[in-house]
Design a protein around this ligand. Structure first.
Ligand SMILES: O=C(O)CCC(=O)C(=O)O
Length: 248
C-alpha cells in the first residue's frame, strides 16, 4: 500500500497559485475545501446539492405560464414575447444600465430577493427585494446549516448562453458591510468563475462552477480581489447563479 496515498482527502479540482500564502485543506464535516489565498478565504464544495435538488432547481427557476421550458429554449424567445412570460417563482428581469447616454441591457437576467427593507445597489441599479419563496429558502437554509454563516438576501442571475457574462468587479458595496461573506450556488451548465488580484492582474484563479456546486468568498477578499464570469462562445445552454448575501 502506498503510505502517502490519502484516499479520504480529495484533491482540489482546480489550480491555485503556489506560494506560502496559498493553501487548502479538506473539511470532512462540511464536505468542502477551505482555501486560503492572500487576504481572502474560499469554501468550495463541488457537489453541494444533490442531483435531485439541482435538477428541481433548474426546473423551478424556469417554470412559467406560457411555455414548457424542456421543449422551448426560453432564452431564445425575443424581447417582447419574453417580457409577457409570467414565471411562477422568479420574476426574471432584463436590467439596463446607462452608458454614454444609452440604455444598455445587461448580458444576463436578474432577480433580487430578500428580507423586507434589504435594498441593494449593484451595477448602478437600485433594487428593492422580491419576497423569499420556498425554493430559495430551502437553498439558503442548506448553506447556512453547512457554513454557519447567515444571509438575508439573494441575487439571482440567469446566463442564457455562453454569450451572457459578468465583467470584472468586486462585491464591495457599502450595504454588504466591511468584509462580506458571499455564498454562490450554481445550476445548469458549467461556467468559469475567475478571480484576480486587484493590484496584480496576473495572479488569477479559474474555478469551473458546475451544477450543484457551492463557492463561498470570505475574509478581506472583496477589498483585494475582483471576479468575473467571462464569455465562453462554445458553451451552449443556461446557467443559474445565486449569490446569498447579508445586507446590513
Ligand atoms: O455568476 C457568478 O458566478 C458570479 C456572480 C457575481 O459576480 C456576483 O453576483 O457578484
Amino acid at each position: 500500500m502506498d503510505l502517502f496515498l490519502e484516499p479520504d482527502k480529495p484533491l482540489l479540482p482546480f489550480v491555485i497559485p503556489t506560494g506560502s500564502q496559498y493553501s487548502y485543506r479538506w473539511d470532512a464535516v462540511m464536505q468542502a475545501f477551505i482555501i486560503k489565498i492572500p487576504q481572502g478565504e474560499l469554501i468550495f464544495a463541488q457537489s453541494f446539492l444533490s442531483e435531485k435538488v439541482s435538477a428541481r432547481s433548474v426546473e423551478y427557476f424556469q417554470e412559467n405560464d406560457s411555455y414548457d421550458w424542456r421543449t422551448t429554449p426560453l432564452p431564445q424567445i425575443s424581447g417582447e414575447a419574453f417580457e409577457v412570460i409570467r414565471f411562477k417563482h422568479i420574476p426574471w428581469r432584463r436590467e439596463y444600465i446607462k452608458m454614454y447616454g444609452k440604455h444598455l441591457a445587461l448580458p444576463r437576467l436578474t432577480s433580487w430577493h430578500g428580507d423586507p427593507g434589504k435594498s441593494y445597489s449593484y451595477s448602478g441599479i437600485h433594487s428593492t427585494p422580491q419576497p423569499w419563496n420556498k425554493g430559495l429558502l430551502y437553498i439558503k437554509e442548506k448553506i447556512e446549516q453547512t457554513t454557519g454563516f447567515s444571509f438575508n438576501s439573494v441575487l439571482l442571475y440567469w446566463y442564457r448562453s455562453g454569450e451572457d457574462h459578468m465583467s470584472w468587479h468586486a462585491d464591495d458595496e457599502p450595504e454588504l458591510g466591511n468584509n462580506p461573506v458571499i455564498a454562490s450556488v450554481n445550476f445548469g451548465v458549467t461556467r468559469d468563475f475567475v478571480l484576480r488580484r486587484s493590484d496584480d492582474h496576473t495572479q488569477k484563479i479559474v474555478i469551473p462552477l458546475a451544477h450543484g456546486s457551492l463557492l463561498v468568498m470570505a475574509g478581506q477578499l472583496q477589498h483585494y480581489w475582483q471576479h468575473s464570469v467571462p464569455k465562453r462562445k462554445t458553451v451552449q445552454g443556461s446557467r443559474f447563479n445565486l449569490t446569498f448575501r447579508a445586507v446590513v
